[in-house]
Design a protein around this ligand. Structure first.
Ligand code: KPL
Length: 319
């Protein structure tokens, strides 16, 4: 890959983030494909492209298919599916992975890295993004604010892979998706995980936008406790957590105050959530270390109950 040529980018998963990356990369002249398990949605996107809603709606042509063999070859494969769908996404993309493109996994939380390790068999990087995006309808995305995307290798990677990742970050940045490469992506993953630990489940339980958590006394206290518990677990595992993770989480609440978290969007649409990769992973890691994390345990159980069809008290009016 050279820094000045157009990439062939395959995005697995046309959710909010996938559509945002597709629209901006296509606008910058890269050749973008969606690989989707949903034939109807793939046809719609192939016919109409993706629509990015900023000040004015902008349509961008992208190709879409349910069959990876139709694509032929990719420089970059971006996994934009939920953490629990990473295994299926890798299976679907398998024909493309044979030639060793750069694989970048953009998921919240932890837990899917083991699947990547087992299945990918090639240099895979992870990405943590603070881009705000909300899916309005299939193929139509609202850009909720630009943020940086941090990329890096969780495991050892060769010089060529490092070079390729740096070039990809530069091309993303040139396309309007600011990106940087971190030599300590594991800490960046944990930093973001702690933010999700404090925001996602609570916004789903209180049925509120991110910023409203700071206005509810009990929710704000739960946010703080959940993040502190998770930070203790991270440090006990030897992860370098920089600065004050509670302050960072509250700053994200303020910066994304009108945003509906991905978990609340999932709950509202009756989809499975990423609870196991977020608060659930903290509960499991804590158990392995013999630590107590009662707030994360409670949040995990409540979200599991909602997913199982139970009626946990979700109340916007709780102070
Ligand atoms: O990553 C997010 C999510 O919704 O999953 C945050 C940072 C909480 C923004 O909404």
């Amino acid at each position: 890959m050279t820094g000045d040529r157009a990439l062939i980018v395959v995005i697995v998963g046309p959710g909010a983030l996938g559509c945002l990356f597709a629209a901006l990369l296509s606008k910058a002249g890269h050749s973008v494909w969606f690989l989707d398990h949903d034939r109807e949605r793939a046809c719609k996107i192939a016919d109409h492209g993706v629509c990015l809603l900023e000040t004015m709606p902008q349509f961008q042509a992208v190709r879409a298919t349910v069959n990876a063999n139709e694509i032929g070859r990719a420089d970059v494969v971006l996994l934009c599916v939920k953490s629990y769908d990473v295994g299926k996404a890798l299976e679907m993309a398998a024909p493309l992975l044979v030639e060793g493109p750069l694989l970048i996994a953009l998921q919240n939380g932890l837990g899917h890295h083991e699947i990547l390790r087992r299945c990918a068999g090639l240099s895979w990087a992870v990405g943590i993004t603070s881009q705000g995006a909300a899916l309005v309808e299939p193929g139509v995305v609202r850009h909720g604010g630009s943020g940086i995307t941090t990329l890096g290798f969780m495991d050892k990677a060769g010089i060529a892979a490092h070079q390729c990742l740096a070039e990809t970050a530069a091309l993303f940045a040139a396309a309007g998706l600011p990106a940087t490469v971190s030599a300590d992506i594991s800490s960046a993953v944990w930093d973001k995980l702690l933010v999700n630990v404090g925001i996602n489940a609570l916004t789903a339980l209180y049925d509120c936008a991110n910023g409203e958590l700071l206005e509810k006394r009990r929710a704000r206290e739960q946010l703080r406790q959940a993040v502190r518990e998770a930070a203790r677990v991270a440090r006990a595992r030897g992860v370098n957590i920089s600065g004050d993770p509670v302050a960072r989480t509250e700053a994200v609440c303020r910066a994304t105050n009108k945003n509906i978290s991905s978990m609340l969007q999932d709950i509202r649409h009756g989809r499975p959530t990423e609870i196991e990769a977020i608060n659930g992973v903290i509960v499991r890691e804590a158990a392995a270390l013999g630590m107590d994390v009662p707030v994360n345990q409670e949040l995990t159980q409540k979200i599991r109950a909602i997913q199982a069809g139970g009626s946990v008290n979700r109340n916007r009016s709780v102070p």
